[in-house]
Every structure is written in structure tokens, then in C-alpha cells.
Design a binder for this molecule. Sequence first.
Ligand code: ADP
Ligand code: ZN
Length: 607
Amino acid sequence: MNTSTPPSSTLVRKPETVLKQVFGYSEFRDGQKAVIDAAINGQDSLVLLPTGGGKSVCYQIPALVLEGVTIVISPLISLMQDQVTQLQALGVKAAYVNNSLAREEQQLVYQQLHQGQIKLLYVAPEKVLQREFLERLSHLNVGLFAIDEAHCVSHWGHDFRPHYFRLNELKQRFAHVPMMALTATADKATRFDIVEQLKLQQPYIHTGSFDRPNIRYTIEEKFKPMVQLLRYLKEQKSQSGIIYCTSRKRVDDIAEKLADAGLNAAAYHAGMSNEQRQFVQTGFARDDIQIVVATVAFGMGINKPNVRFVLHYDIPKSIESYYQETGRAGRDGLATEAIMYFDPADIGRVRRFFEDIDDEQRRRVEEQRFNAMASFAEAQTCRRQILLNYFSEYQREPCGNCDICLNPPKSFDGTLVAQQALSCVYRAGQRFGLGYIVELLRGANTSRIRDNNHHELSTYGIGKDKSSEFWLSILRQLIHQGLLSQDITQGASLRLTEAARVILKGEYALQLAEPRLQAKHVYQDKLAQFNYDKKLFARLRALRKELADADDVPPYVVFNDKTLAEMAQLMPTNDSEFLKVSGVGFTKLNKYGGEFLTAIRHYLATN
Ligand code: ADP
Ligand code: ZN
């Protein structure tokens, strides 16, 4: 704690009051209050909370409670704009300065700043460090520095920004101003780096759980991924989602196929122009684009709270990326899904990729990270337990909200099907790959089979009664167990190993996993925790979109889905009832109350 602790008389309002009146929430989440108090008392702090954990409130409330202005350092223009739009909609005096602003606009902001009309100013790190800006700050009453996405100071992460590295100059120049660093990055090296680099003084540290209980993790075996994908998307109706793929080419390809299938989807990758990317990101935020097919380039700037699914079409390169990408789902805390398509053969493909990395040390790190990802994908135990253990957050109990917990794997005596598959490979001369063997087993009538005279083999069609997916899964398991080997130089043709002989002779009973043919997506009503009126919800949603478009802001800036669902449940008909809905503060009551209340009353009168 330092000497500049403001006397309590300078506190304009109490944190609890601000939470309710401005943000419309009745209670702090775990840890928020202590962090807020630390800042108000002039102490530095480090806030580690997952995406959606409620970090923003931690510095926004001190900003409103303290005198003077709070300077928020944020690495991306789109993040700043989004935060400022949301704050303004709450009636908070917030602004940003960065290079996207015209000179006159910037001057206007400075003018307001010096007149004490701005409570939160968002600034890019390169801007804040400019001599001229630092000079300006020294004439202002700065209450707090908040460093958002603070992991950008660290060399360990992939988001390293050189300017973040120099932010310790702030601490040198403004030693009496408390600094709060915030990040959703979970690893320890990064945390240590943040305190070091920013020169935080005896910071109050809050580490929340990194669990995202509202995300349902599912790993689905990849069979015909495009068919699987279309089936899944059809179930999602109009809900927003992101599909991650590893290459730009695949992104373009899939986005086009989805559009052909009549879906509202767009591509996003670093090969597109800035304008194109901006167009997609804005369209997505505004619910004008439902699905974004993207590479990892679609990242940090996505503040949209109602992403209802994140689907990995290919296996990501590390658990860190997987966690970060899946973390973009469900920031609003409502139920959400993270799905990954997994083909065991992709493990080999990705590993061969690493061979091209020249830097020995880097290659080794990448390989290790990927190995952890691969074993996560192959594991047959609770997904969340593995994830959290990886981030050193030990979990004793399985989670009950992942595909393994919901639909536990079963094994069966696979001796007979293994014999059928193995002898089919043998009789065809051990010259063919997975796809062909599946066709043979299923007795497919193809010209290739007829040309090879394979329709005359005794094993032709012995597996007719089972699906292609079933056989593909069995063959993959036989490879995995070392009964078949796959020769990549020979068109991935399958060969029997020594061990296969024991099985063929029936000398050994083989346990196999029952193929998980389709993840059972019991269609989840993602708002199921609310017992709300769906018809009214749809009306309110349409009204929200109308008001948002009129104000040229994303719909979630008006109200988020959670607030809307609560309205459709509680059906408030007057101002004081309306204020009880979570997410409704004074400004939003004044601004939108009339129209939403009219819609609800009208609905009640006519239904
Ligand atoms: P983060 O920055 O950690 O990703 P946000 O600050 O965007 O998360 O918060 C996620 C969501 O939770 C937002 O919709 C926010 O308004 C909401 N939220 C934050 N604090 C509370 C609270 N105390 N009660 C209810 N909702 C909250
Ligand atoms: Zn689980």
C-alpha cells in the first residue's frame, strides 16, 4: 500500500452501488470485490481469470469510484472500441485514443480529458509511452492504470508485444498510481513475467479457477467431416459459432461449402485484406454473420459474448491454443459447446510438419506441446480433468459435462470383427489403404473392386451389416494396437504385423472400444437454465437487433442473451421490475426500458 491512498471522502460511490446502478448486477463474483478494494486503496494487483470471468468490472468499478481518470492499456483497436461502446451504453464516460482516430477526434478526446469529463481512457501501449502523452498524463489526476491482456509483456506467450515490455516506465514515472494487470493466460512462467516486467509492487494477486463449467467439451472421431459438420450446424439453428481449421485453403474451402449449403458463413484468415477481415468481424459481432470459418488469426479481438459453439475441424497444435480458442465460446456464462474432430492419422501428419522447423530448440518445444495435445485427444477420461490438470489445477471428480462423462466409452470382445478386418486386408494382398478395405468389407460395388476381381474374395461383404464408420474406427484401432501397420510410402497401404497372426488364429481375445459413431449431441437448449418463454424471447431478440442497428452497435451492447432470457422469464411490466433483471442498470432502463416494457406488455395482452 502506498501513501497516496485516497481518503474515503473522495469515494464518489460505493462499489456495490456502482455494480447495481451502472452494470445492473446485484452481487460480485468470487474475487472481484477484493481486487476492487485493493485498487481503491492504492495497491497494485494482478488478476488472473479465464475469459468471461469478469475481469473488466475489476478495473471499471474502481475507475468510477475513484477521482480522476483511469488509463486502460489495451493491445488491439477492436478491443478498445468494443469496450468503449459497451461502457458508453452503460452511461459511462469512456473514450479511446489510438492511430485509427483522426487528428481532430483525438483533440476532442484530449479536451474532454483535461476538463475531467472522461473516467476511463483506453490507450494503445505505443501511444501511452510517447513523450507527449506521458507529459499530458503528468498534468492529470490519474487514479489507476489497468493493463489489459497483460500476458503480452511476456516472451513466453505468442502474443508478445514489444511495447508492453516498456510499460514499466509507467511505474517509474507514476509510482504513486496503483497498477492492475489482467490476463486470462494460465501458465506460471507468464504470471511471473508480468509481475517482473511491469514492476508491480507487492501486488494483490487474485487467481480464479480456470475452469469454464459452461463449456461442454466433445471430441468426435473424424469420419466424413463435411457431413458431420453440416449435420451439426443444422442442429444449431441460428446460433453463433466459430470453426477453426489449420490452413487458409481449408478455411476458404469450407466457408464456400457452407455457403453453398445455404448457411450464413464467412471466412477469416490472415491472407485476406484488413477491410475484408474487419467486415467479417463486425458482421459476426452484430449477428449478421452466423458462422465464421477461421484460422487462429481470428483471435484476441473477439469480444462477442454469445458464441455458442467453437468447433475444431483439425487438431490444434497445443493444449494452450485449444484452451484459448475454445475459451472464446460462452463468455456470457451460458451453456456452450467446444467440439473437435479427430482423426488419429492427423497426429502423424502434424508431426511431419515439425520436421521442417530448423531451430532445434523451438522444434522440441513445439513437439512437446503437440504431444500433450495428442494424448489429450486420444485419452478416454474426463476431458475437463485433463485440461485443468494440465494447467496445474487438480480436479478430483470427473466433470459431468464432457462427451466422456456423458457417454462413457464401452469396450467389447472385438476378436471376431478384428479377424474379419485382418483377413480382408490379407486376402486383398496387403496393398490397399483404409478406404478400400472398408469398401471391401461392406461389399461395395465399385469399378475398382471389380477390376481387381475382389468381389470374388471370400471376405468380400463379410461386414455388410456394419457401417463404414464402424469399420473405419475398428481399422484405426487395429493400427493403434499394432496389429496393422500403415505404409505411408505405399499409398498408406495396410499390412499385417506379426501380432496379427495370434488374433487370426483365435489364440487371443481382443478387447476393442465400441466405436463412438456419432457424438450424441442431445440438442442442448443453451438457455435451458432459464425457464423462459421462447416466443417472447424471439420477439425481444428481434427488438434488440432493431435497436442495435439503429444505434449502429452490436446487439449484445443493448442487452446480452442472459439478460434477454431473464426478461422472457420474469416478464417485467414496470420500471422497478425491469431493474431487477440482471444486466439492467439505470442508463439502460432509461434508454431501452420503454420499448422492452411495451413489447412485454403487448405480448402478455395478446398471448
Ligand atoms: P473477461 O474480461 O474476464 O473475459 P468480462 O469482464 O467481459 O470478462 O465479463 C464477462 C461477462 O460477465 C460480462 O457480460 C460481464 O458483464 C459479466 N459480469 C461481470 N461481473 C459480473 C457480476 N458480478 N455479476 C454478473 N455478471 C457479471
Ligand atoms: Zn468430464
